[in-house]
Write a protein that binds this ligand. Structure first.
Ligand code: NAD
Length: 439
């Protein structure tokens, strides 16, 4: 089967590359000519562990190619994936303009019976709209399948190739067969392909992200209660998470969730509820808690040092919204840095992979010229009045505390991810602030 993937971002690139590695012939299409030129030169436009090796291998074997030409790529494909971005509109709704533009393009370019697979995260009913838009121009048979993606940035290759489950929404037996053939190599260990109707598949993606985000916001809210009543959120997490009905994952209190998915998908879910006359109160609460949580660490700094930070230099470790990615979309670090800049602070920031992406955003922030980017974690800590740990990269987990303490002007740590033990930090002479930790 010939596959065309339209939209070569974090998802489309992983899907296209991994499908090529499974033996399919794949062309990845993007309207961003610079991105396509980089990929043709064998360079990844994003940081994603493990992806570059597979990309080089599949390109060498001539199973993977890149193009800016959607029409000819669509015309040659048996299966066309739509993997373009679906960001938030100002009102919180999902912006479907890229999906609709691609649907129109597919309709005009179809040259054989084709299965159109929607990988992008899209609101309920989008498959029906995509079907109508393609049909307006199509001269060949086609079907529209909803196949939401559950990969995590930072572990995307492994998540795609070893999925917990694959969700497929479609109505025709032919599409069921195509999807079974496409994914046979991914479910050999017995993981299920869960077939359902398009609308249920579309909602399943939002349900999954909302459930995960709910766990995080709930623990963040409890962390605030811990601070108020003298309990320790880490103990509560271990105690509650050991219950097999609850499970240990996604229970870590911190500086709030970011990234290109949870925040926008929570907003889009809430919006879908409103549009359908169903007021979804839990997503609204999850979002409100998260917006407030992104301010908690900077608020703790302001409480410690006072509202005027103009004679303070602060170190920030971690800019990406989570470890093992260079993605800074809706990253808590950006909110924290803006709050510190607003109070007059000078900042020394370090991230192993996200500094280029962060620099582009921070340069445009009010006061952004007061952010210096450091070449190492220790450099970022040199001479600072306090260090904020915002992303839990592995390299931040076991710093040389003596070296760190002597590099800093004052040994004060605001641990936004609870990666250190308060007692060990106190023993090493640090004034330590965690999220919901008992001192
Ligand atoms: N990033 C994730 O971890 C993740 C996980 C699961 C699902 N998703 C969903 O997958 C979708 C894509 O996310 P992403 O993070 O890969 O987005 P992205 O912004 O990284 O990539 C989208 C790509 O689509 C391209 N594009 C936009 N319009 C186009 C058009 N008309 N023709 C050709 N190319 C076009 C853009 O240039 C860009 O390269 C979104 O719906 C997202 O919600 C993302």
């Amino acid at each position: 089967m010939q596959i065309c993937v339209i939209g070569t971002g974090y998802v489309g690139l992983v899907v296209g590359t991994c499908m090529a590695d499974m033996g399919f012939t794949v062309v990845c299409v993007d309207r961003d000519a610079e991105k396509i030129a980089r990929l043709r030169a064998g360079r990844l436009p994003i940081y994603e562990p493990g992806l570059e090796d597979i990309l080089r291998r599949t390109v060498r074997k001539e199973r993977l190619s890149f193009s800016t030409e959607a029409p000819s790529s669509i015309a040659q494909a048996d299966v066309v994936y739509i993997a373009v971005g679906t960001p938030s509109r100002d009102d919180g709704a999902c912006d479907l303009s890229a999906v609709h533009a691609v649907a129109d393009e597919i309709g005009r370019a179809l040259a054989r019976p084709t299965t159109v697979v929607i990988k992008s995260t899209v609101p309920v009913g989008t498959a029906d709209t995509v079907r109508t838009r393609i049909a307006a121009n199509a001269k060949h048979d086609f079907d529209v399948v909803s196949n939401p993606e559950f990969l995590k940035e930072g572990a995307a290759v492994d998540d795609f190739t070893h999925p917990d489950r694959i969700v497929v929404g479609c109505s025709s037996p032919e599409s069921v067969e195509v999807m079974q053939r496409l994914y046979a190599g991914l479910v050999r260990t017995g993981r299920p392909i869960v077939f359902m109707d398009n609308r249920s598949a579309e909602l399943t993606k939002y349900a999954s992200n909302a459930l995960l985000a709910t766990k995080i916001s709930f623990m963040n809210e409890l962390a605030r209660l811990c601070d108020a009543v003298g309990a320790d959120i880490e103990a509560v997490r271990l105690g509650a998470g050991s219950d097999s009905r609850i499970g240990p994952r996604f229970l870590f209190a911190g500086v709030g969730f970011g990234g290109s998915c949870f925040p926008k998908d929570i907003r889009a879910l809430r919006y879908q509820g409103e549009a359908a006359g169903v007021s979804l109160q839990i997503p609204a609460a999850v979002e409100a808690v998260n917006v407030a949580q992104k301010r908690v660490l900077a608020d703790a700094v302001l409480k410690r040092f006072g509202p005027d930070l103009s004679d303070r230099t602060l170190g920030v470790w971690g800019l990406a919204f989570k470890p093992r990615t260079d993605d800074i979309r809706e990253a808590p670090a950006m909110v924290i840095i803006q709050m510190l800049l607003d109070a007059g602070a000078t900042i020394q920031a370090y991230d192993p992979e996200a500094m280029d992406a962060a620099r582009a955003v921070i340069d445009d922030m009010p006061g952004g010229q007061r952010v210096r980017f450091a070449a190492s974690p220790l450099r970022a800590a040199e001479g600072v009045d306090a260090l904020l740990v915002v992303t839990e990269w592995a390299e931040f987990r076991n710093p040389d505390l003596a070296a760190l303490s002597s590099a800093m002007a004052e040994p004060v740590i605001f641990d936004g991810r609870n990666i250190y033990l308060p007692d060990a930090m106190a023993e090493a002479g640090f004034d330590y602030y965690g999220i919901g930790r008992r001192k």
